[in-house]
Design a protein around this ligand. Sequence first.
Ligand code: SAH
Length: 417
Amino acid sequence: MSSPPCQGIFLWARGGVWYDAAVKETVIVKAGREKSLALRHPWILSGAIDGVRGNPGTGALVRVADRKGNTLGWGFYNPASTIPVRLVAWGNAPLQADFWKRALRRAIKGRELLERDPDLTAYRLVYSESDGLPGLIVDRYGDFLVLQTLNPGMEELKAAIAEFLMETLPARGIVEKNDGQSRRREGLPQRVGLLIGEPPPESIEILENGLRFLVDPLRGQKTGFYLDQRENRDLAARYAGGKKVLDAFSYTGGFSVYCARAGAAALIRADASRDALARGQRNLSLNGLSRVPDNPIRDNVFQLLRTFRDAGRRFDMIILDPPKLAATVAQREKAARGYKDINLLALKLLSPGGILVTFSCSGGIDAAAFERILSWAAKDARRTVQVLHRLHQGPDHPVRLSFPEAAYLKGLLCRVW
Ligand code: SAH
């Protein structure tokens, strides 16, 4: 049962306690700039703001209106951000008193299939704007949840949300991994540690498609594991039987462990992080896959691929999963050169009929641009490249039609002649 709407009042929280707060401030949108809101896009950029009524604090929930005073929606306010308003609701209906809990429940319900999968204990429970909760990331790792709050509004709600999740879900403890660049851009401090419940062990053992991985949320990258690649690892492994596989940017061996289970003849894992490589080794042995020849190499992949080229090395399958090379459209050119460089080198290293699995997680480069970059690389490498699969982030990282910006991960699985 949902509570009745409360006129001019919405649910807010401080220090873990929910309360009714009155909306006092309004952000006015310039004439002509309401269109994206009508399409339910969640961002209002500073250039679209006509003015502000009242004096909303950083992180306040504001009403968004047009110049005539019509309410267009509700959103988090942060004047210091390049995106000063992030909408949480559209239209003129006031927020329901249980608005946040409903949004959280819906996000959780959307992961039911994953939750029921006995071979899976790690997945994303809440994915920010895609779940109508801008700036909130919640990842499940077995009995523990890892939470990120990426704007001041969501930061205010953090404690109350953590408490609600503890009540609603089976979870032993929730930690925050609030150390990313995006928080810095929003003027928020870096914070990593326990929020509520039991502290997790240093390494949490998770199950992904029946494979075991050790995840260390507080010290690892992102929230500890690249959950967005789950389906792609599974698919790539189907091509790995009998192959000599170069897993470039391997992190803790996600792709390698899948390929080893699928019968890869040999693994060459390359990453800049010694720690990630060591964890990869542990993940292989945790799955009883230590017998597969495995050669971890700590190096800069951009350099290593050149060394391999000069040495005339050949591989049957290459996975390229680099970190984000372009966070923004402005860094696109430089990133495009980086992607072309590594893909060109990888294409040269593949034996005829070999498989290239290549990714970009850069928001600034869309799928069409990425495919274009690969076609330039193919031309320069003088190789014929057939796309067998177009890849993207898994279904626990959904993309709302009204917010295509959420589709950051794109990839191609190709056969190379
Ligand atoms: N494929 C992995 C995720 C890769 S994340 C998985 O499925 O889990 C990107 C990885 O690239 C990180 O582990 C990071 O340490 C590594 N990295 C970043 N820059 C690098 C560089 N120049 N050379 C080698 N590794 C790099």
